[in-house]
Design a protein around this ligand. Structure first.
Ligand SMILES: Cc1cc2nc3c(=O)[nH]c(=O)nc-3n(C[C@H](O)[C@H](O)[C@H](O)COP(=O)(O)OP(=O)(O)OC[C@H]3O[C@@H](n4cnc5c(N)ncnc54)[C@H](O)[C@@H]3O)c2cc1C
Length: 454
């Protein structure tokens, strides 16, 4: 039977990144990818990441006339009534996904990782109830592969995590239809050169944005909604009623989903790690997941590499520092953002406009924090200012009392989430008690689907 240190399911961004990091340390990593190489990442064309993430994660650079599509630095987010723009800082790089994933695959292979295309993860292999490898299928042939750790990087389907027995150590939930963010991208040609775009514009109320496409006359109009593509189209129609866009012709439309729910409470179990979309590691504000996952994978690769050098079985207890370090690095802030955003979006268009006008939650500072995955922190002075302006809004008939209640509740929930995750248990001990508290908390928060544009 073949033996690897780590078997990774999925050769997209998360799987390739982990394979590279482990192979760099001299460990034997096998990546199995169900798709043929030419179909990898082919569901949609353009994706983007912050330019600084290339150096932050030592990623390979895209190249002109290949995977590079565009770069821009001007980003602004507008109110529901298309006013009071807030700045989005930082440079963004857009890339052609299929070709950049092939680059990441090569990058992993150069370090010594092996990638097998058209090879499917079927199930785990267990010994004494613990994961010791996987059953895979290639060319209709089923084989068993031994590995000290199996990493699920299979995307939203979470094919490996969902096959784990209940109580194995990582929750085996499937990501339900109402726990996804449904994205519709319209690739358009603008009719008038004066409308050509070089930056992005966003309208957070409608979760709608305009971004460059790479060619001067083209742009991408994106919309996302919790619940369904129909909901995304309904919101886009509402957006079109309110915001005047340049005249355009649609060339093609793409659709896709990204997870929009809290991640599992633990990412590790005996001989197992989950990452990427399979672990719901997407930005709460935008559903973007490529480099959010890398924050966790960088930590995971370091810890796994150390344990492989030490030898012995990679038990959940030994892998636990991955949970602790990730929660401290990003998980805590993401939990706070998610809890805040659940309630902050349930407003009318006029109220949203009022908040933008007065920098209530929707300020340059907030958008900078959301873009960097940092905690949304409001000082006492800011809270007092908000309370004062909101009081004026209520007295002036611009804001409903129920909106203020839900806004205050969402801010309080954000702070509560941060506190809860700050108390994430340092070892497996105390985890069950912590999960009980976390379950109660998320139940109280409700779901994003309850807060769509009215
Ligand atoms: C329309 C849209 C636009 C987006 N834009 C951005 C963006 O601009 N920036 C950003 O950061 N994020 C963006 N996201 C989110 C981002 O695409 C995901 O977070 C990211 O691709 C997740 O990467 P992953 O490696 O976890 O999973 P995936 O990219 O889903 O890859 C999983 C891989 O596992 C393979 N696989 C599945 N099952 C098996 C099996 N049984 N055996 C073997 N292999 C298997 C799949 O074939 C696939 O190749 C966007 C999402 C959508 C839908």
């Amino acid at each position: 039977m073949e033996q690897f240190d780590v078997l990774i399911v999925g050769a997209a961004s998360a799987g390739s990144f982990l394979a590279r990091r482990l192979a760099e340390q001299g460990h034997r990593a096998l990546v199995v990818e169900q798709l043929a190489k030419e179909n990898l990442g082919g569901k949609f064309d353009i994706f983007h990441i912050a330019k600084e993430d290339f150096s932050r994660f030592s990623l390979p650079q895209p190249e002109y006339a290949d995977d590079f599509a565009f770069e821009f630095s001007r980003g602004r987010t507008f109110s529901a009534l298309d006013r009071y723009p807030k700045k989005n800082s930082g440079n963004i790089v857009g890339m052609h996904k299929h070709r950049y994933l092939l680059r990441l695959n090569n990058w992993a292979r150069e370090a010594g990782a092996e990638i097998r295309y058209q090879t499917r993860f079927v199930d785990f292999v267990y010994e004494d109830g613990r994961v010791t490898g996987a059953v895979i299928e290639q060319d209709g042939q089923i084989t068993e592969v031994r590995a000290k750790l199996v990493a699920d990087c299979s995307g939203i389907e979470s094919v490996a995590r969902t096959r784990l027995p209940p109580d194995y150590g990582v929750e085996n939930f499937t990501i339900k239809a109402d726990e996804m963010f449904y994205v519709v991208l319209r690739y358009v040609v603008y009719h008038d050169p004066k409308d050509y775009t070089v930056g992005t514009r966003g309208w957070s109320y409608y979760k709608t944005w305009e971004a460059p496409e790479g060619r001067a006359d083209c742009a991408i109009l994106g919309v996302g909604a919790n619940g369904s593509y129909e909901e995304a189209e309904r919101v886009f129609a509402k957006f079109r009623e309110q915001v005047k866009l340049p005249r355009y012709t649609v060339i093609r439309t793409e659709q896709g989903t990204t997870p929009y729910r809290r991640p599992p409470y633990s990412f590790v179990a005996d001989g197992f790690l989950v990452s990427g979309d399979a672990a719901c590691l997407t930005k709460p504000s935008a559903g973007e997941g490529v480099t959010s996952s890398m924050v966790q994978l960088e930590i995971a690769a370091e810890e796994i590499g150390r344990l492989l050098n030490e030898g012995g079985y990679l038990s959940r207890a030994r892998l636990w520092p991955i949970n602790v370090r990730y929660v401290a690095a990003q998980g805590k802030a993401f939990a706070g953002q998610l809890a805040t955003l659940i309630g902050a979006m349930s407003t009318t268009a006029e109220e949203n406009d009022f908040f933008f006008q007065h920098d209530i939650i929707f300020s340059d500072k907030t958008f900078a924090a959301l873009a960097c995955g940092e905690p949304l922190v409001f000082s006492k002075k800011e809270m007092l200012h908000m309370a004062w302006v909101l009081l004026g809004g209520v007295l002036g008939g611009k804001v409903r009392l129920c909106t203020i209640r839900s806004l205050l509740r969402s801010m309080k929930n954000g702070a509560r989430a941060e506190q809860l995750y700050a108390q994430y248990p340092a070892s497996e001990e105390g985890f069950e008690a912590w999960v009980l508290r976390a379950e109660r908390f998320w139940k109280e928060c409700g779901s994003m689907a309850e807060n769509e544009v009215q």
